[in-house]
Ligand binder design. Structure first.
Ligand code: TYC
Length: 161
């Protein structure tokens, strides 16, 4: 189909852009941003000889700066979720092997490792440490890998705190 395409004239497009810009300023003023959080960049339609005046309808005083970049100034940081790494009891893995695992993977002293191992042996489950997701996942994988290489059924898992 061959037909005329109805493009808006450039002046009309600029007018719409200007109105959108003013509306976005009003929008940011209502929220937690202020116009001071908005950094105006170079003028797109101001004359270099007459920088103080934009075209009619641009609000008059801003030199015709139609480009804005909104930046959030307050840093928003969140603490990562933490995960407990748990050791499970079984009837076959040797106590000494569990103590070695706790020393090697969780950097426990011999005394702490023995205490944790005995706790798991008696209660069925115990916490080896608390870590961010990736570290907890790696430690679980290391325990299971070492145990399987030695053909022990030792079970290790993780749980969100
Ligand atoms: N119950 C095992 C035994 O009597 C020892 C053991 C302790 C196994 C802790 C696993 O996570 C464990 N040999």
């Amino acid at each position: 189909m061959e037909g005329k395409q109805n493009f808006l004239p450039p002046d009309r497009l600029l007018d719409i852009a200007r109105r959108n810009y003013q509306a976005s300023i009003r929008y940011f003023d209502q929220g937690d941003m202020t116009t001071s959080d908005i950094c105006r960049t170079g003028p797109v339609n101001a004359s270099p000889n007459d920088p103080g005046k934009g075209r009619p309808g641009d609000g008059g005083g801003n030199g015709g700066n139609d480009t804005a970049i909104a930046t959030r100034t307050s840093p928003k940081t969140k603490k990562p979720s933490m995960y407990k790494v748990l050791l499970l009891n079984d009837d076959y893995t040797p106590m000494e092997f569990v103590v070695r695992i706790l020393e090697a993977v969780f950097h426990k002293t011999g005394e702490d490792a023995t205490r944790i191992m005995l706790h798991v042996h008696q209660k069925g489950v115990g916490v080896c440490g608390v870590y961010t997701y990736d570290i907890a996942e790696t430690k679980v994988a290391q325990v299971v890998d070492i145990a399987r290489r030695s053909e022990h059924p030792l079970q290790c898992t993780m749980e969100k705190e």
